[in-house]
Design a protein around this ligand. Sequence first.
Ligand code: ATP
Ligand code: MG
Length: 278
Amino acid sequence: MSPSDTPENTTAPGVEGNAADAPLIVFDKVVKRFGDLTVLDHLDFNVEAGERVTLIGPSGSGKTTILRLLMTLEKVTEGHINIGGEPFSHMPRGSGLVPASESYLRQRRKSIGMVFQQFNLFPNMTVRKNIMEAPVHVLGLSKDEASERAAELLDLVGLGDKIDAHPTQLSGGQQQRVAIARALAMRPEILLLDEVTSALDPELVAGVLDVLREVAETTDITMLCVTHEMGFARDVSHRVLMFDKGQIAEEGHPDQIFGDPREDRTKSFLKSVLENGH
Ligand SMILES: Nc1ncnc2c1ncn2[C@@H]1O[C@H](COP(=O)(O)OP(=O)(O)OP(=O)(O)O)[C@@H](O)[C@H]1O
Ligand SMILES: [Mg+2]
């Protein structure tokens, strides 16, 4: 920090300039270890506001770990994550940064939504209640506001007529579309998607991907998406990051990564995905 820095423009490590200029998400030399296993190895990458980024790479390369760090389900071992020009994995204390406390994380993660492979809807609640739960309890919306929002989002995902159904009355694809609506109900700035179609029967995959295409086209939400659906990734993402052993092996526009990959690791990974019938 230079002596001329004022408290207003003091920034966390890895964030250049002020918040308005900074990328939305910054991974700054992030290390994640589980015991002796180094899963992310001094990982640096940025995501701009409104950007849609697809993460690809072999099993165990650290893709889910990246999303779990952003969802605050894991903590960094070393390095920093900043979001919106503010520290995220850490919080300011005195003139420095300390690991973020639970209450700091609870506040900061409101701007992030995640949909997993397993939809995890609350089985004892109607679809409407599933979607209303977090907006009412975390954002403090009135029940009427939350119910209206639930109805709008169910229309978006094509399930307006299922608002009073229970999850067990829905197909896997429909449950996943409810899970997407539930994540969007928090009006997140960032949407994290981890293999959201992998657990679905093949005939249900297209409906879920269509909903996500619609979300991508009609909102400016920032998306980080782990998927083996290469056609979908090519259509919706601005950039593809190929991970290998916790580092970025290659990154580029989807047309380049899928059409003309440069690295052998990317070539062999894409070949194996194709051979597995995805
Ligand atoms: N809680 C944990 N404890 C110990 N090891 C873990 C834990 N979570 C993840 N790992 C390990 O970290 C590595 C990266 O896991 P991660 O789930 O991020 O991979 P991935 O790229 O998402 O793989 P996949 O494509 O199979 O989902 C793996 O070797 C995994 O076994
Ligand atoms: Mg994973």
